[in-house]
Design a protein around this ligand. Structure first.
Ligand code: KIV
Length: 279
């Protein structure tokens, strides 16, 4: 059954956990969708795990459209949420609306996600008023890495914990249908989850959130540049891939691959005739 923001609303009301994973391409989205995931996030983390950038700052609207459309083709049931990249919504509510519109029309997003609290509420209002659902993102917001001075746990002191609460209430009031909490202490995330009416989706924010999200390369052991503490490796696909690639190299070099079962046939008679002619 097609998942929508109503699925999110009902899950919160029924106290059912929501599941979200990132994906950036058709084949991965299709596998996740078939596994029954609620939502697929085309995260701007594609800057790190797909494009090999140091951070998400350089990701463009065009990148998000390109990967969003690929994921949307593979996701029959999951809600496809596409990240608004750095500087596509911070400049004005008008720019935010235009770029969110492009992510929906060209990138086939069913919803968009943007980072920030009170400072992006005008953008959230403008986008939702135009009929585009918005997922908010608080705590560690990677597009502000240069302000944070690295990827660190957020909201540990009283002032920043209070700010998280105020921002979460503000994005809910502005119309966000859900909010991601990234790298937030578990007890604080649980407390805020209990006061919000919209679902909270945690990544490094503990079990008290209404759902969870992970970057798929992290949970499959396919990204080794760095692994945050909150990542659980559900399978070591990275090692499986390394072994398969080296088996392919060895078998190709030694002539074991391709074997007879991988070949297409032609009659011996035709080959014999051609051989005679080419002598
Ligand atoms: O870009 C991304 O993958 C994200 C998740 C970490 C939530 O925003």
């Amino acid at each position: 059954m097609k998942k929508t923001i109503t699925t999110f609303r009902q899950a919160k009301m029924n106290n059912e956990k929501l599941t979200m994973l990132t994906a950036y391409d058709y084949s991965t989205a299709k596998i996740m969708d078939e596994a029954g995931i609620d939502a697929i996030l085309v995260g701007d983390s594609l800057g790190n795990v797909i494009l090999g950038y140091e951070n998400t700052i350089s990701v463009t609207v065009e990148d998000m459209i390109h990967h969003g459309a690929a994921v949307a083709r593979g996701a029959k049931n999951a809600l496809v949420v596409v990240d608004m990249p750095f500087m596509s919504y911070q400049t004005s509510a008008y720019d935010a609306l235009i770029n969110a519109g492009r992510l929906v029309k060209e990138g086939h997003a069913a919803a968009v996600k943007l980072e920030g609290g009170t400072e992006v509420c005008d953008a959230i209002k403008a986008i939702t008023n135009a009929g585009i659902p918005v997922m908010a993102h608080l705590g560690l917001t990677p597009q502000s890495v240069n302000i944070f001075g690295g990827y660190k746990v957020q909201c540990r002191d009283e002032i920043s914990a209070r700010k998280l609460i105020n921002d979460a209430i503000a994005v809910e009031k502005a119309g966000a249908f859900a909010v991601v909490f990234e790298c937030v202490p578990a007890k604080l995330a649980a407390l805020v989850s209990n006061i919000l009416t919209i679902p909270t989706i945690g990544i490094g924010a503990g079990n008290g959130c209404d759902g969870q999200v992970l970057v798929f390369q992290d949970m499959l052991g396919m990204f080794s540049d760095y692994t945050p503490k909150f990542v659980k490796k559900f399978a070591d696909v990275g090692s499986v891939m390394t072994k398969a690639f080296s088996d392919y190299i060895n078998e190709t070099k030694s002539g074991v691959f391709p074997a007879a079962e991988h070949e297409y046939k032609i009659s011996d008679e035709i080959i014999k005739k051609l051989e005679e002619e080419l002598k």
